[in-house]
Design a protein around this ligand. Structure first.
Ligand SMILES: [Zn+2]
Length: 370
């Protein structure tokens, strides 16, 4: 029983302690509410700001009426992912000539082709415009790159030198009136020869050699130009006075690569055929041009005789020709045929014959350069 009273007392004590704790708790809550109330306005405004931001990030929320829960992050939709870019010029390596241009074309998905950034690895070798036009500047290799965002493609391009066209010097032999005044046969030579000899003439046609060589030279010039050569003539009129030395110097200064001196032969009435006169390797002035001159002579004779049917008398070494000895480029005298031979005279004077002769000489020059 005492034990029971003791327990009741303890119980009462415990109850009164609980009441105190409860009152304390209420007091704290009261303070809390008061503090909360004083900060009410800014809290609300923060929440509004959050919602506005989320709505802006994801317009879906307003349209669907869906209000994102707290801490729910809505990722903005990415619509401009790096697009795959590809060059249409698919060769790994390709060539472009100096001075020429090439328009690159790129196919692009999900992007604006105008925003492609073009670049080259070396602007001294080639340049590229904002629209992808590549221009060759000088010999070399460049990498062309097309970039769009993180995607890029590239292409190696070889810039090649444009082949300079070959310049052919043509000297239509002789002139209306010869010049018997003398000039040295070669540089430093004590041997002096007539500046321009008179030349021969057609036994049948009476055409003078200077006229035949001019007619053929003019057609040959046209033909060679059609074939892509540059042509330099020592004379374009018959009524001139230009020595053989002067003709050679004119060709030397012109930048010509080779020189073909057109002549026709004179001899007995039965003599016939074409020959090529070239300097020997022992020639004190142009010995170094001997082998190339020989090659030129052989190339032209072969094609010339094949085209015309004129007999090939072959290449003949001649070191006594002023117009040859002053040359600085491979040079030959082409004796096209004998004007003292009636048949060859008439053939060379005919349009048909001249057409074949010109084709043959041009073919020979082509062959020389092959
Ligand atoms: Zn001649």
């Amino acid at each position: 029983m005492r034990k029971g009273i003791e327990a009741m007392r303890k119980n009462r004590k415990k109850k009164s302690g609980n009441v105190i704790l409860l009152l304390l708790a209420l007091f704290c809550v009261g303070i809390g509410i008061w503090l909360a109330a004083s900060e009410n306005a800014p809290i609300r405004s923060n929440k509004l700001d959050e919602r506005t931001a989320q709505a802006a990030a994801s317009p879906q929320t307003e349209e669907t009426g869906y209000t994102p829960k707290e801490n729910h992050v809505v990722e903005p939709k990415v619509t401009d992912t790096p697009a795959p870019v590809s060059l249409k010029w698919r060769k790994k390596t390709t060539k472009l000539k100096v001075g020429k241009t090439y328009q690159f074309k790129v196919s692009i998905k999900n992007g604006n082709a105008e925003k492609i950034h073009w670049s080259v690895s070396n602007k001294k070798i080639a340049t590229i415009s904002a629209k992808g036009v590549l221009k060759g500047k000088k010999k070399g290799t460049v990498t062309v790159r097309a970039k769009y965002q993180k995607a890029s493609v590239s292409c190696r391009v070889k810039i090649a030198e444009t082949k300079r066209k070959k310049i052919i010097g043509i000297d239509p032999g002789h002139q209306q009136t010869g010049n018997a005044a003398l000039e040295p046969m070669g540089p430093g030579s004590s041997t002096r020869k007539a500046k321009v000899a008179g030349g021969t003439s057609g036994t049948s046609t009476r055409i003078p050699e200077y006229q035949l060589t001019m007619t053929v030279a003019k057609s040959l010039k046209k033909e060679l130009e059609t074939r892509g050569y540059g042509v330099v003539m020592t004379r374009t009129k018959n009524n001139v006075n230009i020595s053989n030395k002067e003709r050679a110097e004119k060709i030397n200064k012109s930048g010509a690569d080779i020189c073909v001196r057109l002549h026709a032969d004179g001899g007995g009435s039965s003599a016939r055929g074409a020959s090529g006169l070239y300097p020997s390797s022992q020639n004190p002035y142009v010995g170094s041009l001997s082998s190339k001159s020989y090659k030129l002579s052989q190339s032209i004779l072969k094609k010339y005789c094949a085209a015309t049917g004129i007999k090939n008398r072959g290449s003949v070494k001649r070191d006594d020709l002023t117009g040859t000895n002053w040359s600085k480029v491979p040079v030959i005298v082409l004796e096209m045929g004998f004007m003292t031979n009636s048949a060859e005279d008439q053939y060379m004077a005919s349009k048909k014959g001249q057409k074949a002769m010109v084709q043959g000489i041009a073919d020979g020059i082509d062959a020389y350069y092959k």
